[in-house]
Design a protein. Structure first.
Length: 152
């Protein structure tokens, strides 16, 4: 009889792990979308397309809110989860790392709202180069061909 309960608890634990891992993938996807929309906002600003810039900034904000919702759900699940403490700690670190990326990207987008006039060309060039570097690093980090996730 005890063996049956062990199997049931094991199955329930695996089911909960699957839910957490599915949420983790959703969190990765939303974080990626946040950075992509920020890059698009910067590109629009550089081109002088203020309407598109605003549209992409709004998308960054929406993505950040969605990421916060996923983070909250994951923290709740991890708090109740039968995962071993080292696994739980690793996942919590992962969740917090993704949360920082979305928060900081949203913060940068909020600052971008105030830029409407073009700055001097050398500043615009540096802004473009810096955004491209951040974007490329994000793509590399979340590359689906990469078998391991690199956490910041």
């Amino acid at each position: 009889m005890m063996r049956e309960f062990g199997n049931i608890f094991g199955w329930l634990g695996r089911k909960q792990e699957q839910v957490i891992l599915k949420d983790a993938q959703s969190h990765i996807d939303v974080t990626y979308d946040t950075v992509v929309n920020f890059k698009n906002a910067i590109d629009s600003y550089i081109k002088g397309d203020l309407e598109s810039k605003k549209k992409f900034i709004d998308k960054v904000n929406e993505c950040e809110k969605e990421a916060d919702s996923i983070r909250s759900r994951m923290v709740d699940l991890l708090s109740e989860s039968p995962l071993l403490p080292p696994d739980r700690e690793d996942l919590m670190h992962f969740v917090k790392s993704l949360d920082r990326i979305t928060d900081w990207t949203n913060g940068a987008a909020r600052l971008l709202v105030f830029l409407e006039e073009k700055m001097p060309q050398d500043i615009m060039d540096n802004l473009s180069v810096a955004t491209d570097i951040i974007f490329e690093c994000t793509i590399e980090t979340f590359n689906s061909d990469n078998n391991s996730l690199i956490c910041f």
